[in-house]
Structures are given as C-alpha cells and as structure tokens.
Design a protein around this ligand. Structure first.
Ligand code: ACO
Length: 329
C-alpha cells in the first residue's frame, strides 16, 4: 500500500456575478433577508456559451503547478459534478484540455458531497498502489438548473470549480487520515433535479423523441437545513474515530458552503472556534461540488492553511448524501 499526499490545489470561477441587490430586481427578496438567513452576498454564474469544463481545466492546471506534477504524469481525472457540459461525462474534456494524455477520466455524481466522495475515490487508487497521480475536481454550474423566478432557491446557488492533486508518497504516510460516507435515498424528495424529458415515443408514432431535459432544482429548505445540522458534526466525528483522532486535533473545518448558520452550528457542536472555519460563502454562494476545493484553495493561497495542518472536510446535500474526510494538508 502506498501513502497519499495532497500535493496541490487550484480553483476557477466565472467572471460574471450577481449580487443580492441584482436578485432583488428579479424576485421579491432583499440583501438583508439573504445575508442574514444564509451569509451569502453574491454568486458567480457562467455566461452564455461559457463551459464548465474549461474552468475545471484551469483549476486543475493551477493545482498541478502547485504540486509540481506534469499533466502527462496524471493517471486519473475524477470530476465530481451534477451539471456537466456533456451528460456522457465532462472529465474527458478536462483530460484533453490539460493534456493529461495517459489519464483515464470519469465523472462522479453525488451533488454537494461529490468532492469528498471523489477525493476518497482518488486516494483509494493511490493507497492500493494502482496510480501515482490523481486529479480530483469539484465543479458545478447549478445556475443551469435554477428557476430564476423561485426566490427560495435562486438566492442560494453559484457556479465554480476547484481541484486537488493527490500524489503517491514514498514514505507511506497517508494524507487521508480518516473517512466516513453515507447516503439516504429516502430523502431524495427534499432536494432534487429530476429528468423531465419525453423519453421515447411509441415506435408506432413513427420516430423516437430526441427531447430530453431536466426540471429545475426543487428543495425543501427547512428539511435540508435540519438534516445538515444533524449530519455534519456526526459525520465528522465518525471520520475522526476512523482516523483515531479527537476533535481537539482539528486545525481547520473545511465544510461544504451552503449556509453560514449550518457551518456555525457544526463548529459549535465540535467545539471548533469560528476563526478556524474556512468560509467564502459570502462571495460565491453554494457552488455544490466545487465549494470545498474552492474554499480550500483560497485558504491555502492566503497562507491560512499551512503544510502539516489537519483539515476536517464535510460535504452534504442531495441524495441525500453526506461524507467527511480528515486530511493532512
Ligand atoms: N427572500 C425573502 N423571503 C423569502 C425568501 C427570499 N429569498 N425565500 C423564502 N422567503 C420567505 C418564505 O416564503 C417564508 O415566508 P412565510 O413565513 O411568509 O411563509 C419565510 O421567508 C421563511 O422561509 P423559510 O423557508 O422558513 O426560511 P429559512 O429560515 O428556513 O431559510 C433557507 C431558508 C435559507 C433556504 C434555509 O432553509 C436553508 O439554508 N436550508 C438549507 C438549504 C441547503 O443547504 N441547500 C443546499 C444543500 S446542498 C446540495 O446538495 C445542492
């Protein structure tokens, strides 16, 4: 078995953004309501014609540069996304754009838990000795599936991408210290974005339909809120048990950025002081699978997160799904 190192991180977001005041022109809401209930001030969104894959590629190249790994030496690209440019997968578009010519590439869908689940997936390939360098991406553009007339959802989400490079570590020590992952499909009704296309017409009607589309994001905010407040500290505690560590050893909480009140409640329960909670929710909103690597990238490049520090990551959201990874940066 091989060790794993988190060797680099990068991110990329679209330039276009919408402030709370911009949204107040579209729906009956206010900066005061949005900021006080969620902590969000603005969110970046893809412009028409802009692709998610090119932001994912830009984030990956920055992470590879920090890691000192050449694209040709990447063995695997895993892209966590629920909103790919291509339903057959967007990881291969990234693989081509970054020049990771020998890498296998596939998408992984687990909504806002996607990045943590992809990180664990990538790390297991290295631990097993199969691969040496893996690019793990979290990328989403939920703006594509938002009903911009629905004030209960359109205020929350934003688009963005983040990526981490995992590399094999000679000394065998593992940067993935502990993990815990869960799913509960019975809770799907609380948060989803389901297929709404026609499907195939009966053959007697002459031809199959080529229509296919998805409904808008549907969410029961209060149910998701209650679930998250319960699940996040619990899953982090379980990952700490797996790591044989306790909560006093957490240097930074890097949680999915969905709502400031969810992050504060989790930090309170774990006894982690507010200044140790990484948050960029105010600038980007909820970027789904991208939020953890995006927050991590900014905190690392600011110099807040330092080599050797212990991060408790937790993703949670649609599925329902929730997952935690305790990692050493
Ligand atoms: N502006 C003004 N008023 C609003 C808005 C808005 N944007 N949205 C809702 N309201 C109103 C409601 O209509 C309601 O009015 P009423 O009392 O007259 O009926 C009132 O505000 C309160 O609504 P609630 O839904 O009870 O508000 P709550 O305090 O629960 O906040 C929120 C809503 C922010 C959505 C919260 O429930 C939340 O953050 N939930 C978690 C959501 C989440 O994290 N989702 C993503 C998971 S990640 C993934 O997998 C994609």
């Amino acid at each position: 078995a091989s060790g794993v190192r988190l060797a680099g991180v990068g991110s990329s977001v679209p330039q276009t953004f919408l402030t709370n005041d911009d949204l107040a022109k579209l729906v009956d809401t206010s900066d005061e309501w949005i900021a006080s209930r969620t902590g969000i001030k603005k969110r970046h969104v893809l412009a028409a014609g802009e692709s998610l894959s090119s932001h994912a590629a830009a984030a990956s190249l920055k992470a590879l540069q920090m890691a000192g790994v050449n694209p040709e030496d990447v063995d695997l690209v895993v892209m966590a996304t629920s909103s790919p440019d291509d339903l057959f997968g967007s990881a291969t578009a990234v693989q081509a754009e970054i020049g990771a010519t020998k890498a296998a590439a596939f998408d992984l869908t687990a909504a806002c838990s996607g990045f943590v689940m992809a990180l664990v997936t990538g790390a297991q390939f290295i631990r097993a000795g199969t691969y040496k360098n893996v690019v793990v991406i979290g990328a989403d553009a939920l703006s594509r599936y938002i009903d911009w007339r629905d004030r209960s959802t359109c205020i929350l989400f934003g688009d963005g991408c983040g990526a981490v490079v995992l590399s094999a570590k000679e000394d065998g020590s593992c940067g993935l210290l502990g993990l815990d992952m869960h799913s509960d499909g019975k809770g799907m009704r609380h948060l989803n974005c389901v297929f709404a296309g026609e499907g195939m017409k009966p053959l007697s009607e002459g031809q199959a339909s080529d229509e296919g589309s998805y409904r808008n994001v549907q969410m029961n905010g209060q149910e998701v809120f209650k679930f998250a407040v319960r699940a996040v500290p619990t899953v982090i505690e379980a990952a700490l048990v797996d790591a044989k560590m306790d909560k006093t050893q957490i240097d930074w909480l890097v949680m999915h950025q969905a709502n400031m009140r969810i992050m504060s409640a989790a930090a309170d329960r774990l006894g982690v002081p507010p200044e140790r909670v990484v948050s960029n929710l105010a600038q980007y909103g909820n970027t789904s699978a991208a939020s953890i690597p995006l927050a991590l990238d900014e905190a690392v490049r600011r110099g807040d997160i330092k080599p050797g520090e212990v991060l408790a990551m937790a993703g949670f959201g649609a599925g329902l799904s929730w997952a935690s990874a305790i990692v050493r940066w």
